[in-house]
Design a protein around this ligand. Structure first.
Ligand SMILES: Cc1ncc(COP(=O)(O)O)c(C=O)c1O
Length: 388
């Protein structure tokens, strides 16, 4: 066989595949059971009425053929209603909403839709490790722009160069902050100035704490001229395995995603869409309970480490490790798996991402081991360094 096409050769190492392999290998070694805080995989699934909607629909004879190629109108309408009711954003279900099989797919497809060979795509640093894959497949040049801790993990747009597209993500994985005031408006202004398109990744939009309200980029004046928002069923409803999400906003970009869909994916299985509608339009108690659980675990971790931990949103904590302590040492010597910061971009070195999407017992045990690791005499043991 000939060598792999260049577009595949350009793909970076898949961070999460590598991490899962490393954690599995460590778990198989002798020692106490590993506490895995490395993965961002929702620990609780959707509420029962969602699975029931799937089953009920799947029992119908008419749903097993190809479903409408660009999705059921009812699904896009349910999504648009949510944007109106929860985020205060008006969306035209047919022109401004596209269905995708999860936002991970959207990350790649939007790069294909927005960049030609050699164009630049900008990623925030730190970034979600799956972002570089899209630009690589699109043949785009990848550049990063720094998120500044002292600005609440916002960019300084005066220093952000021109590009075909810019990805942004609040609540931020891994920084665990909500969008600092003014950032979305600055993002729209950057787009108007440069002509670059915005991809805002809102995968964690509803997982926000301490009474904060979920905030959509699309609520910013001019946002629909600037770009799109990706929205996922995975985190809000614990449906990561279901693979269903949306791209919403700029009608031309939505049309490009639909065009790609027409040629490569075809519609999403109707019972999945019926379940998504049930989740979007049914009782929302499960979201409230989910938020309360993550907030509680964040506080357990903070109490054990003796320092406030910044977690305004997502289900992660982004932690600067004490000098001399590495993620690998935490794994091998303390039996706690975390996601090493290096995979989140150049500025991630020395940091780690911890997941709260585990049971209360797992968090309690992980907190105990981390507190012990931080206090065990490696370099600086000031727990306040553990705060973002
Ligand atoms: C920031 C961010 N974006 C996108 C995704 C992908 O989510 P989905 O399940 O919708 O593909 C994740 C998943 O962890 C994520 O953390």
């Amino acid at each position: 066989m000939r060598p792999r096409p260049k577009r595949l050769q350009r793909l970076p190492q898949q961070y999460f595949v590598t991490l899962l392999g490393r954690v599995a290998a460590a778990a198989a070694e002798d020692g106490p059971p590993l506490v895995d805080l490395g993965r961002g995989n929702p620990e609780v699934g959707p509420p029962p009425h969602v699975a029931e909607a799937l089953a009920e629909s799947a029992r119908r004879p008419g749903v097993h053929g190809y479903s409408p190629i660009r999705g059921l109108h009812a699904t896009k309408e349910a999504f648009a209603s949510r944007y109106h009711d929860v985020y205060g954003v008006e969306l035209d279900p047919e022109r401004e909403v596209a269905l995708i099989p999860g936002t991970k797919t959207g990350i790649v497809e939007l790069a294909l839709c927005l960049a030609d060979d050699g164009d630049t795509i900008l990623l925030p640093d730190p970034y979600y490790p799956d972002y570089p894959s899209g630009p690589a497949l699109a043949g785009a040049r990848l550049e990063t722009f720094e998120l500044h801790a002292e600005l609440g993990w916002a960019p300084d747009f005066d220093t952000v160069p021109r590009a075909a597209a810019l990805y942004l993500n609040y609540p931020s994985n891994p920084c665990a902050v909500c969008a600092p005031a003014g950032v979305f408006a600055d993002t729209v202004a950057w787009s108007a100035r440069t002509g670059g398109a915005i991809v805002h990744d809102a995968a964690y939009i509803d997982l926000v704490y301490d009474g904060r309200a979920p905030q959509s980029f699309l609520a910013t004046p001019g946002a629909k001229d600037a770009g799109v928002e990706m929205w996922s069923m995975s985190k809000t409803y614990g449906m990561a395995g279901w693979r269903i999400g949306f791209v919403a906003g700029n009608a031309e970009i939505v049309e490009r995603i639909n065009l790609l869909n027409d040629h490569s994916r075809v519609g999403i299985f109707e019972p999945m869409q019926r379940a998504a509608i049930a989740a979007l339009t049914g009782p929302q108690d499960s979201v409230v309970e989910r938020v309360a659980a993550y907030e509680r675990r964040r506080d357990t971790l903070a109490a054990a480490l003796g320092a406030p931990l910044v977690c305004e949103g997502t289900f992660f904590v982004w932690l600067q490790l004490p000098d001399g302590l590495t993620a690998e040492q935490l794994l091998v010597e303390h039996r706690v798996a975390v996601a090493p910061g290096e995979g989140f971009g150049p500025s991630g070195a020395g940091w780690a991402r911890l997941s709260l999407a585990v049971s209360d017992d797992t968090i309690a045990l992980g907190a105990e081991r981390l507190a012990h690791a931080f206090a065990s005499g490696v370099g600086s043991t000031d727990p306040r360094k553990a705060h973002v």
